[in-house]
Design a protein around this ligand. Structure first.
Ligand code: C2E
Ligand code: MG
Ligand code: MG
Length: 683
């Protein structure tokens, strides 16, 4: 018998004292509990008989019961046991006879019922006591039938729901559970009953005054001694505040607080989901990487608060262009990402991009100020441009940079060649940084000629980059990059100083006085210290500011027109001349044009090019000249290459011209020779 290890283990771990006695009532085995309960070692116990372990007063009664226990079904009776220190404890003994190898044994299971008796003594009426506890329990408690019919609800429950016990009984209480949680709750209840296990659920329970509140409910099936299901009981506690906090944390983790749009984390999640769906259904996914153009200027010149409000309005406009299934998110800064997951044709992506760009155009009114902003959009498409979220995002980003480089306010599809060009772009940034230190920039000068008398009246300083390996690089190739990474500010400052220095040298050489025009990019113009920088360049190079002209594009001044007016006025007060470059290509409002203290408009080359063959271009040029003169402004035409163009401009009473017809941009020395030669435009 002893070699049955499992049985042995069971005996050793039992909560009751287990004793095995032989036909002479001698103890032949005892479990650990017996050793602990009697306070004797196993060896000592094995020396004794069972009656010796009893209170002497209980022995007579014990003997009677013991005799009965010889029957096959055994016996259960109460007695009093005595420990080795002579203290006693009341016990319930359960005895069964066992036969093994032809010998008789008895298996006694002895339970210390001392605690039970104390409890019983202190509770005159157990049921009344428990009912009282339940009734005054601070948490809602319920009891239900096996089929879920309510049977009992404590005071706390009724206070929570604000209903009467009568209303809750039967299936009334189920109606208090939020409709979205009800089915799940009932299913869980039935399952717990079937499998005889407890259940834990969080659900929303109707509150007497606050709609629904989240509660945590811990239920248990109630079983009869034979295991029959009698029903369930459960106790709840209010976890509404925790739930709300959880929800808030989830929201913060997934949404951008400024615009309320999904943030980068949620976007990437959704993109992965969309990709998984697209893989299954063999559909395309389009990713639009949208980045605002020159947003930094708004932030720098008007402050973060205005910048933030602009971003909020941008988010609203973008949202209105999209359909329900599309995802719009803010990736941070001025970057917005759109996932289109239900497009039939690739062309539709272009259509959406177009719509987004259009929706962003048009003024934003913030604090009574009209602002303008555009965006550049890069597009990548699954599966052609990438199989996974990371690649698609990277490629859309690359395409966006190309859109910026190609003049902004446009969209650009990703192409595989871009990757190598994107690398070149990065290299270009690095080289640009060093170009300043290494003195690789120089200025070329293109004369501006008065049309009536033909004399050179001004000169435009045009930047050139003499790259040690690539040779001469045109500004259109590096200025957008320099603007993007902010390098345009130190580069522009260099241009200003160099042009002023050169102007001073010509003046000292006794050459005829002329105005030097400098191109100023939007990033420079909207920098806080622009006035100081210009003033300093003039002062340090001893050039009279009235010899300087600044060329600004429509975009630059319209971006934040009210602010621009202030800066322009101060520049004007310094004596500096102002002109609007590339006029006609941007978006400017006539009412502002009237308020800008400018001197000239430069008709963009694109109109001048076909002025003699394209009636529209001719008409636009005519209109610009007429309007400018009406506003008291002068007009200069740029990109004049042929005599016919010149004639047309003269005929239209355009004031000045600039172009290859008279001279290409020249190096300083060559320009000086030209000036010294006294050459004029032929009549
Ligand atoms: P822009 O200010 O409109 O300058 C006129 C451009 O037209 C110059 O190109 C000039 O070389 C070119 N051009 C002049 N006459 C003719 C002609 O008859 N035919 C044709 N086809 N082109 C002519 P460039 O030098 O390549 O400069 C391009 C643009 O780069 C400039 O346009 C200006 O926006 C920008 N840029 C040049 N220098 C600077 C600078 O120092 N700072 C800034 N921010 N931008 C500059
Ligand atoms: Mg210019
Ligand atoms: Mg121009």
């Amino acid at each position: 018998m002893k070699d049955n290890v499992t049985l042995d283990l069971l005996n050793q771990c039992a909560n009751d004292i287990i004793l095995l006695t032989d036909a002479d009532d001698r103890i032949i085995d005892a479990n650990d509990r017996a050793v602990a309960a009697y306070g004797e070692s196993r060896e000592a116990l094995l020396q004794r008989t069972l009656p010796e372990l009893l209170d002497p007063a209980a022995r007579a009664a014990f003997a009677r019961h013991w005799q009965r226990a010889g029957e096959p079904e055994g016996a259960i009776f109460a007695t009093v046991c005595q420990r080795s220190d002579n203290t006693t404890f009341p016990a319930e003994v359960s005895v069964r006879p066992i036969e093994a190898n032809g010998r008789q044994f008895r298996h006694s299971s002895i339970r210390d019922i001392g605690r039970r008796q104390v409890l019983k003594a202190s509770l005159p009426d157990r049921w009344e006591f428990y009912a009282n506890v339940l009734e005054h329990f601070p948490n809602p408690v319920w009891r239900a039938d096996p089929d879920g019919q309510g049977r009992y609800f404590n005071q706390s429950w009724l206070e929570f729901t604000g209903r009467t016990l009568e209303q809750e009984l039967g299936d009334g209480w189920v109606a208090d559970i939020h409709p979205d949680d009800r089915e799940d709750w009932l299913r869980a209840l039935r399952e717990a009953g079937r499998e005889r296990r407890s259940l834990i659920r969080e659900y929303r329970l109707k509150h007497h005054s606050e709609g629904y509140r989240w509660i945590y409910d811990q239920g248990k099936p109630c079983l009869d001694t034979d295991g029959t299901l009698l029903g369930y009981v459960g106790a709840c506690h209010d976890v509404h505040a925790e739930k709300q906090l959880q929800e808030q944390l989830r929201y913060i983790g997934q949404y951008d607080p400024l615009t309320g749009l999904p943030n980068q984390t949620l976007l990437e999640d959704r993109l992965r989901q969309a990709l998984a769906n697209a893989r299954r259904s063999k559909k395309q996914i389009v990713l639009l990487f949208t980045d605002l153009d020159c947003f930094k200027i708004v932030n720098d010149s008007l402050g973060y608060k205005v910048g933030d409000r602009l971003l909020q309005q941008v988010a609203q406009r973008l949202k209105h262009c999209l359909r329900e299934g599309d995802t719009l998110s803010r990736r941070g800064g001025d970057e917005f990402l759109v996932i289109l997951s239900d497009l039939k044709h690739v062309e539709d992506a272009a259509h959406v991009a177009e719509k987004l760009l259009q929706s962003l155009a048009g003024p934003y009114t913030i604090d009574g100020i009209d602002l303008h902003i555009s965006a550049s959009i890069g597009i990548s498409i699954y599966p052609d441009d990438g199989q996974d979220a990371e690649t698609l995002l990277r490629n859309a980003d690359t395409a966006m940079y190309f859109a910026k480089q190609n003049g902004r306010n446009r969209y650009q599809f990703f192409t595989p060649e871009m990757n190598s060009r994107a690398y070149e772009y990065l290299m270009m940034q690095n080289h640009l940084r060093r170009a300043l230190e290494r003195g690789e920039f120089e200025l070329n000068y293109q004369p501006q000629v008065e049309l009536r008398k033909g004399a050179i009246v001004g000169v435009e300083a045009l930047l050139r980059w003499r790259h040690p390996e690539s040779g001469m690089i045109a500004p259109s190739q590096f200025i957008p990059i320099a603007e993007e990474c902010g390098l345009i500010v130190p580069i522009g400052e260099w241009v200003m100083h160099e042009a002023c220095r050169q102007g001073r040298l010509w003046q000292e050489a006794g050459l005829p006085p002329l105005t030097i025009a400098i191109n100023l990019s939007a990033v420079q113009f909207h920098k806080e210290d622009i006035l100081k920088t210009i003033e300093q360049a003039c002062r340090e190079n001893r050039l009279d500011p009235s010899r300087l002209e600044l060329e600004l594009t429509e975009g630059t001044v319209m971006q934040n027109a009210e602010d621009a007016i202030m800066i322009l006025r101060e520049l004007k007060a310094m004596g500096i001349k102002l002109s609007i470059d590339d006029f006609g290509t941007g978006y400017s409002s006539l009412s502002y044009l009237k308020r800008f203290p400018i001197d000239r408009l430069k008709v963009d080359q694109s109109f001048v090019r076909d002025i003699t063959s394209n009636e529209d271009d001719a008409e636009i040029t005519r209109a610009i000249i007429g309007m400018a003169h009406g506003l008291g402004l002068k007009v200069i035409a740029e990109g004049v290459e042929h005599e016919d163009q010149l004639k047309f401009l003269r005929w239209q009473k355009c004031d000045d011209m600039q172009g290859y017809y008279f001279s290409r941009p020249l190096q300083a020395g060559a320009f000086e020779d030209l000036l010294a030669s006294g050459r004029t435009l032929k009549n």
